[in-house]
Design a protein around this ligand. Structure first.
Ligand code: IDP
Ligand code: MG
Length: 203
């Protein structure tokens, strides 16, 4: 990650010096500087163990009026809600989001179930949040999910399983970008931060 970061920073500096040399208008250079700054901030954050993961409260959650219950679990655990909105999913976003399943026979039914009502998209942050949230969600099939997990407590179905949770750090970054614009993600520090993590736990 550090090597990739170094390469990207060097590339950005080369682009900037090229822009200055070919006398690109100042406004455009300022725009480029702004995106470089955003890039640096985002990537420096990724060097820490603070992660942001995507959760979707599926129609099975929304329709069964479990939104509050499930959101409450993430908050009680000490995770931070960095972004949250209700949305109706399009065919396009579902084909992208479930691209690993498009050839499965259950794909049309999965899309229909995800479009049966709006979903609530959440960006959830914390130290190692991707694994923490995935463990809280439980295994895919609600019938096999352990009691105490979200799927294990609220579902008995392989498909109507209440939540989506990103399955890896790489996919979490892609999925958060898929569902949220940069300005819809809020990087604030929880007032209880010192009581959620011990010294040195958040690098
Ligand atoms: P995950 O949600 O636990 O990551 P994936 O394999 O990525 O599981 O599948 C995405 C979603 O597709 C599941 O959450 C579930 O709603 C649905 N799904 C997965 N396998 C089946 C199946 O065999 N029948 C019906 N729906 C399924
Ligand atoms: Mg998955």
């Amino acid at each position: 990650m550090t090597l990739g970061y170094g390469v990207m920073v060097t590339l950005q500096i080369l682009v900037l010096s090229f822009l200055v040399r070919v006398r690109v208008p100042q406004q455009k250079i300022a725009k480029s500087l702004k995106s470089t700054w955003r890039f640096l901030v985002t990537n420096l954050k990724q060097l820490r163990n603070m992660e942001t993961t995507l959760v979707l409260l599926k129609p099975s959650c929304v329709q069964r009026q479990l939104i509050g219950e499930v959101v409450n679990r993430f908050e009680r655990r000490g995770l931070r809600i960095s972004g949250m909105k209700m949305m109706q999913l399009s065919d396009e976003i579902l084909r992208e989001h479930y691209s690993h399943l498009v050839d499965k026979p259950f794909f049309p039914g999965l899309c229909a179930s995800m479009q049966a009502s709006p979903v609530v998209a959440m960006a959830i942050s914390g130290v190692e949040a991707v694994q923490v949230v995935r463990t809280m969600a439980g295994v895919t099939n609600g019938r096999q999910a352990a009691p105490g997990t979200i799927r294990g407590d609220y579902s008995v179905s392989n498909q109507q399983n209440i939540v989506h949770a990103s399955d890896s750090v790489e996919n979490a970054a892609i999925e958060v970008k898929r569902f949220f614009k940069p300005e819809e993600i809020f990087d604030y520090q929880s007032g209880a931060f010192a009581y959620i993590y011990g010294n040195g736990e958040c690098k």
